[in-house]
Design a protein around this ligand. Sequence first.
Ligand code: SAH
Length: 253
Amino acid sequence: MSGTLAIAGLGPGSEAMITPQVRAALDAATDVLGYIPYVARVAPRPGLVLHPSDNRVERERAADALDLAAQGRRVVLVSSGDPGVFAMAAAVFEVLESGPQAWDDVAIEVLPGITAMLAAAARAGAPLGHDFCAINLSDNLKPWDMIARRLRLAAEADFAMALYNPRSRARPDGLARALELLRTCCGPQRPTLFARAVSTPQEDLRIVSLAQAVPEMADMRTVVIVGSSQTRIVARAAGPLLYTPRSAGGVLA
Ligand code: SAH
């Protein structure tokens, strides 16, 4: 008897940003798997087995989730934000492609969540109001040269950029290199948002220019948004607003 696997996004941190669809899947689950701090966001209850696991064991975690579902359990695999953005959904499909036949009958569903860049953008205004891209600055799974090339080309194409995984203890220098490259390509005045722990009690937002941006403004709970050439900072009594107008290239709104 095959069970189900829901790969679910818990959003950026706040309870209020968990979708009703994800809430319903968690309420119906027999097993919840995920990275330790994310599983800690799921309340224990009778009939629910929590399986927290360490970072960097994504493939093993994905295989465990598929095994449990193949045994008939109702499994939810949790990610922060959206599970399809630098997270567990792709990890599941990576192991599924070469997995055992027992996984064939598992019903798999991906349940979206609010990804960090959207939560951060909403708190600051609308910096992603025109064309943008998202780049993962971690070089765990891709070479640094590829990251640098993507940053350069994104700057050339004048995208606003959301930079995920900007900094960790294992990679203290990448963000400094990325900021240096962006200062060269975009100039020192480009508006930049450092958004930390958005929607949690530790939330901290800073809007600076690229010239003022230093790596110490980010940690592993920070998403960085670098504006396009059109992105503007508007001073307001309640604090600065960051937004990118909907038109570009001389077309009038
Ligand atoms: N699947 C997640 C991203 C996982 S990668 C999502 O869709 O949001 C982890 C990175 O996400 C962190 O290094 C940070 O850049 C970003 N992030 C996750 N939660 C965040 C939050 N509450 N505030 C700011 N950035 C966050």
